[in-house]
Design a binder for this molecule. Structure first.
Ligand SMILES: Nc1nc2c(c(=O)[nH]1)N[C@H]1C(S)=C(S)[C@@H](COP(=O)(O)OP(=O)(O)OC[C@H]3O[C@@H](n4cnc5c(=O)[nH]c(N)nc54)[C@H](O)[C@@H]3O)O[C@H]1N2
Ligand SMILES: Nc1nc2c(c(=O)[nH]1)N[C@H]1C(S)=C(S)[C@@H](COP(=O)(O)OP(=O)(O)OC[C@H]3O[C@@H](n4cnc5c(=O)[nH]c(N)nc54)[C@H](O)[C@@H]3O)O[C@H]1N2
Ligand code: SF4
Ligand SMILES: [Mo]
Length: 732
């Protein structure tokens, strides 16, 4: 007999509510939940394939432990015993800096990934922390940290109400949106146009999103910061700045005018290959629109001037009075964020509090560049990483120079991977700890509610009970913390109890907390929930801004709508000045580098990435329903370039970059602009020792092998994954 269960989809940032059809303990189907307060029935092909993703026979069912060089199935006790026996001694002998942690993208899609890694890092006290952020959005964290004093104060376009959207380097029709959690992003863009608004897309490719837009600007990759600086220049030059109610909360407006003086539309036009008139028109339209939002993502982030570009996005939002107003770029307020404190100056945001051991890269938000992981493992000396924990990460494919990282991981003294698959990265682990499939896990979006275009809260309990022999990922990560911190064998709840006691003890002393003055022990006893993770969620809700509890969420299986976004300035500012700091010193110090880019000769051919609707980074190529058709690893080349380079559609080409060369089939298409080729990431599933039966049949190539890890945005340590030079030649 078939039953159904509700589950928020964990496969991208849109967080759609799904109705799963269950046959016993098997997910047989998924459709959009029309009653979901946020997604209202939207679903994409990935969500529809939830059952196939969930039941992939290649998912590991038991832990693996390496004995005599080979990974063998083991019990959970054997796995954690091995970690305790092998990891601890390395810390005792070489100190905490001999350990490293890698956190990958799915951590932001799981409850475990939100609740336990911070405790793990606290227990290990290592500075060797590497996450997908330095392959992605770290420039936004840095610009927000510097401007607002809080690296997580990230404004999102108020999609449902804006009159004008200027979108750079994002393709939500395929990605379904990022740092802007909006189920049915495509529908919201169509609705924007239907209500008379305008959409401008800046992208070197004519993407599905660009085709929907009123205007598509195919600028030269890597030049967004110049383009944006010229928009700012025009606002000043033509007297179009109007901060409105923001004026009293912003400092540095005159300083920015001075700082971007050299970036007139005429000055940048050549480098961007966008004519000056277009730039002026876009600036005037932004200023004239009743409301407008500027939004930049991957393509304007993982580039050489990523932090400057992200800063300029919000400079534009500020100067047009659109920051923090309905229809502009607004700050969400999640149900699990601490209840807002009264406005007051904060501690500000510090960058580069320490540097990496080998290349001296400055830390950002406590992290070192993922592109520097291999050298930190390989280079001898004090503080060399000997023991590594990788959670939900596949950097062998997702980070620059996978071949080098592959060798480095193989040279570790000890490695743990928390991963459902034996893949390009986890195959190097000495212990693999597999989480259960999503249907057997509870879900709450701790991360994405911070970036949602509407405030709401939804909780999904496990749709299916934990299968015999499985361990919930929260328990896996809690036990891992105990095993590496000398408390092996203690009850995993001890980890959650400690977190709860510490948090409540602090909260009851804070005047703005809903629990101010309460008895922390009593409050801890009031928490409901079957698991430590549920009790922590309940606590966070109670400490949050909406007077909610876990029980409230359980009573509302389709979610609690908490209303449209509301203005939050100046309360959320944590800068030392207590104001928005429009020209932070590290930004000003990086502007000469941007000035240098005005005169730099353009590379004849550069590469950009692309995402496919049915893909997800490196880990969904093992699901037959999601691969094949147009979801293939091809090199897109413009027809003019194909002729110039002697390339034929469907024939192989050799592509070379700093880090290596690949052979890949050519796809001739005018969807890329001349001078630009495009290759998707997450492919290259042809290494031995993996268990990816489907993916290995059409492995593709790893685009990140074209990089050697040396190209970074210096302020954020983010790898340049877009707009780097390549050479392409035909293969005879
Ligand atoms: N060239 C190029 N490179 C890129 C990008 C690009 O655009 N171009 N994009 C970058 C971006 S934005 C990102 S975010 C990174 C992503 O790169 P990573 O952070 O490395 O993430 P994935 O490649 O998605 O690999 C995710 C891993 O998590 C595992 N996993 C899946 N579900 C779970 C789960 O529930 N629990 C646990 N513990 N593990 C799970 C998968 O098996 C896989 O091993 O790639 C980056 N790399
Ligand atoms: N289907 C699917 N959905 C996903 C993912 C996936 O792999 N597949 N990954 C998820 C993750 S981890 C993330 S971070 C998000 C990312 O989601 P988005 O931020 O929407 O990123 P992309 O889809 O990579 O689109 C980036 C666009 O930038 C363009 N671009 C490249 N270089 C430049 C440049 O220099 N300037 C400008 N203006 N544009 C440029 C590219 O052509 C591309 O169209 O997607 C998430 N959703
Ligand atoms: S858009 Fe994202 S969250 Fe929604 S169904 Fe598709 S993969 Fe899942
Ligand atoms: Mo990402």
């Amino acid at each position: 007999m078939s039953t159904s269960a509700l589950r928020v989809c964990p496969l991208c940032e849109a967080t759609c509510g799904l109705v799963l059809t269950l046959d016993g303990t098997h997910v047989t189907g998924a459709r959009g939940d029309r009653d979901d307060v946020f997604s209202q029935g939207f679903i994409c092909p990935k969500g529809a394939a939830f059952g196939a993703v969930d039941s992939d026979p290649d998912r590991l069912r038991t832990p693996l432990v390496r004995t005599d060089g080979a990974l063998r199935e083991a019990t959970w006790d054997e796995a954690f015993d091995t970690i305790a026996a092998r990891f601890r001694p390395l810390i005792e002998q070489y100190g905490p800096q001999a350990t490293g942690v890698v956190l990958g993208n799915p951590n932001v899609h799981t409850m475990a990934g939100a609740l336990y890694p911070p405790l793990l890092l606290g227990a290990l006290r290592t500075r060797n922390v590497f996450t997908a952020s330095t392959l992605d959005q770290m420039p936004k964290h840095v610009s927000s940290g510097l401007m607002f004093g809080d690296a997580f104060a990230i404004p999102v376009p108020d999609l449902d109400r804006t009159d004008q959207l200027l979108m750079l380097g994002a393709n939500p029709l395929d990605s379904n949106g990022s740092l802007c959690t909006a189920p049915d992003f495509p529908g919201k863009l169509r609705a924007l146009r239907r209500r008379g608004g305008t959409l401008t897309v800046v992208d070197p490719r004519r993407t599905r999103t660009a085709r929907l837009a009123d205007r598509h600007i195919a600028l030269r990759p890597g030049t967004d910061a110049l383009f944006l600086a010229a928009l700012v220049h025009t606002l000043y030059e033509e007297g179009l700045t109007d901060l409105g109610r923001l004026a009293e909360h912003v400092e540095g407006v005159d300083e920015v005018r001075e700082a971007i003086r050299d970036f007139s539309p005429e000055a940048v036009a050549g480098a961007c290959e966008v004519d000056a008139d277009t730039i002026r028109t876009v600036a005037r339209e932004l200023a004239a629109a009743p409301t407008a939002a500027v939004y930049g993502r991957m393509g304007s982030s993982t580039v050489a001037h990523g932090t400057l570009g992200n800063w300029l996005v919000d400079v534009l939002n500020v100067l047009t009075g659109n920051l923090d107003r309905p229809g502009g770029a607004m700050f969400p307020l999640s149900a699990t964020a601490p209840a807002p404190r009264p406005a007051s100056p904060g501690k500000g945001f510090a960058l580069g509090r320490w540097t990496s051991r080998v290349s001296g890269h400055p830390e950002a938000k406590g992290e070192l560049p993922m592109a520097a992981l291999a050298e930190e493992i390989e280079s001898p000396g004090d503080g060399r990483i000997r023991a590594l924990i990788s959670i939900a990460a596949n950097p062998v494919l997702s980070a620059p120079d996978g071949d080098r990282l592959d060798r480095a991981l193989g040279a570790l003294d000890f490695m743990v991977a928390v991963d459902p698959y034996l893949n390009e990265t986890s195959r190097h682990a000495d212990v693999v700890l597999p989480p259960p499939p999503p249907s057997q896990s509870a879900h709450f979006d701790f991360a994405f509610n911070n970036f949602a275009v509407r405030n709401q809260a939804r909780y999904s309990p496990p749709a299916i009970p934990l299968e015999e022999g499985r361990m919930d990922e929260c328990e896996i990560q809690a036990r891992l913390i105990l095993a590496v911190s000398g408390m092996h064998g203690a009850q995993p709840e001890a980890v959650d109890d400690l977190a709860i006691d510490t948090t409540l003890a602090r909260a009851v002393t804070q005047e703005h907390s809903p629990l101010y003055g309460a008895d922390p022990k009593e409050q801890a006893r009031l928490l409901t929930g079957r698991t430590g993770a549920e009790r922590r969620l309940d606590m966070m809700l109670r400490l949050g801004p909406y007077d909610l509890t876990l029980e409230d969420l359980r009573q509302a299986p389709h979610g609690h709508d908490l209303g449209p976004l509301k203005p939050r300035l100046p309360q959320l500012l944590k800068t030392r000045s207590g104001r928005v700091e429009l020209l932070p010193a590290p930004i000003a110090a990086d502007l000469p580098r941007l000035r240098g880019a005005l005169a730099a000769p353009p590379a004849p051919l550069v590469l950009v990435g692309r995402r496919h609707l049915r893909s997800n980074n490196s880990w969904l190529h093992n699901v037959p329903a999601l691969v094949g058709g147009t979801n293939r690893c091809t090199l897109q080349v413009h027809p003019e370039d194909a002729v110039r380079l002697g390339l034929d559609d469907g024939k192989p080409a050799r592509i070379a970059g700093d880090g290596g060369a690949l052979e890949v089939p050519v796809e001739v298409t005018d969807a890329v602009r001349p001078g630009v080729v495009s290759l998707p990431h997450g492919w290259g599933h042809d290494r031995p020792g993996t268990r990816l039966g489907v993916a290995r049949t059409s492995p593709g190539v790893n685009v990140n092998q074209l990089l050697d890890g040396s190209r970074l945005d210096p302020l954020s340590g983010t790898a340049v994954l877009n707009g780097f030079p390549v050479e392409v030649t035909p293969v005879a």
